[in-house]
Structure formats: structure tokens, C-alpha cells
Design a protein around this ligand. Structure first.
Ligand SMILES: *Cc1c(COP(=O)(O)O)cnc(C)c1O
Length: 379
């Protein structure tokens, strides 16, 4: 590591540091208040049966809180299960896709779901619509029964608006959205979506392991139809079993109780502050700060060129390689307790990736920008 000596000695002055050093895109910053609330509740909650009222009432509050946060219509269900969003992809291959799906692939996560479906023996080869990294494709009306969209592509920092593909009214295509890093930070309209799913370790500032899927009546109907069709499905991946257990405020098998609790903390915090509009507004403020800083900088710029496609929950910032090595900046930040600003490796860019999730105060994002300027001036 030639030349690393000087940079590794850069110490950030106390006055410019953010209040908390966690800027990772998942697992992401868990507020101290939420951890303290869990510790306070622990004796009556952790280590108790998930089939009894103590835990089931927390699950029920989580389901009700999410319905409120997202303004879900009365006839939607909030379904939960174990395995995170990646586990849910396998569930969708068994229990939501009838014959063929269309996937918008524009980064690591969206492409991974498409690849998982390609390998499912009882389905036809999916239709994959790609776009270069840093942009997103549009859904194309087609003879498919599921359109797989991604609200925010975490690997590239691209967000997309959720709209049903045009002229599919008569066609039976459900819109299923991987909102793992977008849910809770980006706006959406349930009228445009059938399944809105996520893991809680991103905007919901909890721990991983759980999946949550908000399901429209059309989605619930499809789940029941495929469940009755005789298609074999392993019980842990069964959506009908997940729907049935969720209706009783449970999961099919034991969930991580701390994850459920921490997710509820964030959902109720957001609802008490003004709901999704408030949380999304906070992300807007952070986005304005970081992209404004990058555009004004003479060595950094937003990776995503189209302003509307720039994510308000995960920012990707390119650094001029002649001025500084982004990996070096991230290393110095890490040495100063500011962690997980490294870019997504497969992108292969001289880049920093910084989460703007609701639990991160916009003032911390501004402080991080000042810290990066401080380091670059001394590299
Ligand atoms: C993090 C992430 C996933 C994977 O979530 P797991 O909980 O690890 O399964 C999937 N999709 C997107 C968009 C993500 O950001």
C-alpha cells in the first residue's frame, strides 16, 4: 500500500463529523433509541412465544402501521415471512408467477431475481428488459402474468416511478415490486402495484431475515389460484401458508423477534412524524444536499445523469480519478469511524455509495460531505 501512510493519518476534526458514522445501504443505521426501546421491552418480549399475544400483538401493530404508512386500501393484506427479499423471490417463483414474468434488470438485485426465475423448471423463460447501469428500463406490455419492477436499484442508486405498464387492463399481468431499499423512503401509489415487498434492514432501520409483502386482492387471488393448482411447493416457500399465518399475526416458522420489534419502532416513528410524506421528504432533503454538493464540487459528480432517476435513498457519487481514489476516501472515512461508503464493487467505478435512509438525519449527510472535502484536500 504505497502512499497509504499519509492518508491513513488523516483525523477528522470533531466539529465536522456526523452524529453517527453508519452510512451503509443495508444493513443500515439502527437508531440508538430503537435499540434502547428493545432493551426496555426485552424481558416481556424477547424469549417469549411467537404464537402468544405478546409477540402477535407486535406483529399486528406492524401490519396495521404499514397499512397506515402506505395508505393501503382495506382489502390489501400485509403478509410476512422468513428469508428476506431474496427468499421471497423463490416464493414468487413458486406462488405468484403463473407461467411467465417480465423483469426490468438494471443492476445487481433486479438481475439476481431474473436469474433466480430463469432457473425455475415449472416456468417459461422470463422476458428480461435491460438498461445500462445508472438508468432504468420501462415495462413493456407483453404476454406475461407478472411484471417484476424494482423501486430502487440499491447497487446503482437508480429509482424508478411505479406505474402499471400501459394497456394491460385486459391482460392479467400483476405488478410485483422489489422495494427493499425504497420502501419507507420513496412515494408510491397502491393503485399502480399488486405486490410491494421488502426486507426491513434498509429504510426501516431494523435487522434482516424477514420479508414483508403488501398484497392487493388480485395478488391474493393469484396466490390462492396457484396454491389450488396442484403445483408442488416446499412449505417454507409457500405463499398460501404465509398468507394464512399472517392473517393470524404470525409467521409460518419462528421469526427473529428483535427484527420484528425494530421494524415496528421505525414504522410507528414515521407514522407519528407525518407518515410516508414526511419520511420521503426527509430523504428528498438528504438527496438535495448530497447531489447539490457533488454538482458544486470540482472533483465529484452524481453517477446517475438523469435527475429524476437519481435515488433519494441511496446516492452514488463518482469521484474524479485524477483527484482522488474513491476507495482511499472510503478507507480514511472508515479509519475515522464512518463506515460502508464503498461503492458496489461489480460496478467497477471510482465511486462512493451513501445511504440517505430516513433514519439518517439530513444534517449528517451534509456533515459527511464536509468530511469527504476535508479528506480529499489532504490526500
Ligand atoms: C438488499 C436488497 C435485496 C436483498 O435483501 P435480503 O434481505 O438480503 O434478501 C433485494 N433487493 C434489493 C433492491 C435490495 O436492496
Amino acid at each position: 500500500m504505497t502512499g497509504a501512510g499519509a492518508s491513513s493519518n488523516i483525523v477528522l476534526p470533531d466539529g465536522i463529523r456526523p452524529s453517527d458514522g453508519r452510512f451503509g445501504s443495508g444493513p443500515s443505521r439502527v437508531p440508538h433509541e430503537a435499540v434502547a426501546a428493545l432493551a426496555d421491552a426485552a424481558d416481556g418480549y424477547l424469549g417469549t412465544s411467537h404464537r402468544r399475544t405478546g409477540v402477535r400483538s407486535v406483529v399486528a401493530r406492524l401490519q396495521a402501521g404499514l397499512a397506515e404508512l402506505f395508505s393501503l386500501p382495506e382489502d390489501w393484506e400485509v403478509v410476512l415471512g422468513n428469508g428476506g427479499a431474496t427468499g421471497l423471490w423463490d416464493c414468487l417463483g413458486f406462488g405468484l408467477i403463473r407461467r411467465r414474468s417480465q423483469h426490468l434488470a438494471f443492476g445487481e438485485f433486479s438481475a439476481k431475481f431474473a436469474r433466480a426465475v430463469q432457473a425455475v423448471p415449472h416456468l417459461e423463460a422470463p422476458q428480461i428488459v435491460e438498461a445500462p447501469f445508472g438508468t432504468h428500463p420501462e415495462p413493456v406490455p407483453a404476454d406475461v402474468d407478472v411484471y417484476a419492477l424494482t423501486h430502487n436499484e440499491t447497487s446503482t442508486g437508480v429509482q424508478m416511478p411505479l406505474r402499471r405498464p400501459p394497456e394491460v387492463g385486459a391482460v392479467d399481468g400483476l405488478v410485483a415490486v422489489d422495494a427493499t431499499s425504497g420502501a419507507g423512503g420513496l412515494r408510491w401509489d397502491p393503485a399502480e402495484v399488486d405486490v410491494y415487498y421488502f426486507s426491513p434492514q434498509k429504510c426501516f432501520a431494523a435487522d434482516g431475515g424477514l420479508w414483508v409483502a403488501c398484497c392487493s386482492p388480485a395478488a391474493l387471488e393469484r396466490i390462492a389460484e396457484i396454491g389450488d393448482s396442484g403445483r408442488w411447493c416446499p412449505p417454507t416457500l409457500s405463499l398460501p401458508l404465509a398468507v394464512k399465518n399472517s392473517a393470524a399475526n404470525q409467521t409460518y416458522n419462528t421469526p427473529a423477534l428483535a427484527t420484528v420489534f425494530l421494524t415496528l419502532q421505525t414504522v410507528e416513528w414515521m407514522c407519528s412524524k407525518g407518515g410516508l410524506e414526511w419520511a420521503a421528504g426527509r430523504c428528498d432533503a438528504s438527496a438535495e444536499t448530497i447531489y447539490g454538493w457533488a454538482e458544486a464540487s470540482d472533483y465529484a459528480q452524481p453517477f446517475v445523469t438523469e435527475e429524476a432517476e437519481r435515488s433519494h435513498v441511496v446516492a452514488t457519487i463518482d469521484v474524479d480519478a485524477d483527484v482522488a481514489d474513491a476507495g482511499r476516501i472510503a478507507t480514511v472515512l472508515r479509519a475515522n469511524g464512518i463506515v460502508d461508503t464503498e461503492s458496489y464493487r461489480a460496478l467497477g467505478r471510482n465511486q462512493l455509495r451513501i445511504s440517505l435512509f430516513p433514519a439518517i438525519p439530513p444534517g449528517d449527510v451534509a456533515a459527511l460531505c464536509a468530511c469527504i472535502d476535508h479528506i480529499v484536500a489532504r490526500l
